[in-house]
Write a protein that binds this ligand. Structure first.
Ligand SMILES: NC(=O)c1ccc[n+]([C@@H]2O[C@H](COP(=O)([O-])OP(=O)(O)OC[C@H]3O[C@@H](n4cnc5c(N)ncnc54)[C@H](O)[C@@H]3O)[C@@H](O)[C@H]2O)c1
Length: 368
């Protein structure tokens, strides 16, 4: 199969669809890979590394898309990319169609085969191509929380770890899933006092067990959320209700009564945010102060660390990409129910029930 890796063109996006090591894996399996010149630069991968891996470098994105049977990307196609897609071409990337009718209509019109990273789903309900980015966002949230607490950024000037003779900061994490747990591990690791709230008692027990109780687990309810927030220097919002907007668990009234100069990192901002005072920010201008509290609400946190994020993404997408390339789309889908759930559009029809539902459209039954 011929695989195309174009350079991402969305603003602030520096990740790339595959690392040189990922490209080499395709080549080793007998496939051809076409990489746009400069595609890896934002993630610190030079063209020479792709050439060494066996890729054919092309100057123009038009040529990459024209050559490819399957295009592997990071972000959904935008602007000039729409006209580069062609019927039957496989597009393997994050799509998030349920939130984007215009994009969905374009993909249907171009009759591409859209396989979305975010809907590939294992039997236990987990989302293997989404979780590495939650892990990145969770770990990064403590770093960004620490930055927000610095005096020059409007924070109260407290060091999360404390020093000998000085108390560490109190960090509260609301939502103990992949992102929340990743945040907790970093916060515990640097010596902060950490509380984590979740509304799933099994998850709380699991978190307590695997961390040897180095953090405090607390049932999530309005009273406990309020109490924890009012005593916290840093609050991390990392809740998720699959398929729904994030619930507004931290009210404006709570924010108003938090310590002046405390900080909130609302990771769930990509689902609307779990704090009433949150609104999306960008990497260029990541924080703002409201009710005396510093807010960090970047919706694409992994974009801040594109090299780590690209490697983490290729680590999980490669096996599925190889499955499609080695077996062909139909066999790969027939053999792997998890990958089958990634199929969103094909032959000009929607084929993912939740996406179809969100637009009140019919979901085509595709037999493999
Ligand atoms: N900003 C970014 O760049 C970025 C990057 C990755 C993920 N995210 C977002 O981070 C959020 C978390 O993702 P995840 O992969 O960790 O999800 P996850 O499903 O692994 O975890 C979510 C957790 O929230 C818990 N939860 C649900 N309702 C709750 C409530 N009322 N109180 C407390 N806990 C509750 C669930 O029990 C679950 O443990 C999502 O909104 C995701 O979209 C954002």
């Amino acid at each position: 199969m011929k695989i195309g890796i174009p350079k991402e063109i969305k603003e602030e996006e520096r990740r790339v669809g595959a690392t040189p090591a990922g490209v080499k894996a395709f080549i080793d399996h007998g496939h051809k890979v076409f990489v746009e010149r400069g595609a890896g630069i934002g993630s610190g991968f030079r063209d020479e590394e792709y050439v060494k891996a066996g890729a054919t470098m092309l100057d123009s994105p038009d040529d990459v898309w024209a050559e490819a049977d399957m295009v592997m990307k990071v972000k959904e196609p935008i602007g000039p990319e729409f006209d580069r897609m062609r019927p039957g071409q496989i597009l393997f990337t994050y799509l998030h169609l349920a939130a984007d009718k215009e994009l969905t209509e374009k993909l249907l019109k171009q009759r591409v085969v859209g396989v979305a990273y975010e809907t590939v789903q294992l039997d236990d309900g987990s989302l293997p191509l989404l979780s590495p980015m939650s892990e990145v966002a969770g770990r990064l949230s403590i770093q960004m929380g620490a930055y927000s607490l610095e005096a020059r950024n409007g924070g109260m000037g407290i060091l999360l770890s404390g020093v000998s003779g000085v108390r560490p900061a109190h960090v509260t994490i609301i939502g103990g899933g992949v992102a929340g747990f990743s945040a907790a591990m970093v916060a515990v690791g640097i010596g902060a006092q950490v509380s984590i709230l979740d509304n799933n008692p099994l998850r709380l027990r699991y978190l307590e067990d695997i961390t040897d109780a180095r953090l405090v687990t607390i049932m999530s309810n309005p009273a406990n959320i309020e109490e924890e927030c009012l005593h916290s220097h840093l609050v991390i919002g990392s809740v998720l209700i699959p398929g729904a907007k994030a619930p507004k668990l931290i009210t404006r009234d709570i924010v108003r009564r938090m310590m002046p100069g405390a900080a909130i990192v609302d990771i769930s901002i990509d689902q609307g945010g779990c704090c009433e005072t949150s609104h999306p920010t960008t990497h260029d201008n990541p924080t703002y102060i409201e009710e005396g509290v510093v807010h960090y609400c970047v919706a694409n946190m992994p974009g801040a660390v594109p090299r780590t994020s690209t490697i983490a993404l290729t680590n999980v997408t490669l096996a599925y990409g190889l499955e499609i390339a080695n077996k062909g789309l139909e066999r790969a889908m027939a053999d792997d129910p998890a990958l089958r759930k990634g199929l969103n559009v094909m032959n000009g029809q929607l084929c993912h029930p939740a996406v179809a539902d969100s637009f009140g459209m019919d979901c085509a039954k595709v037999d493999f």
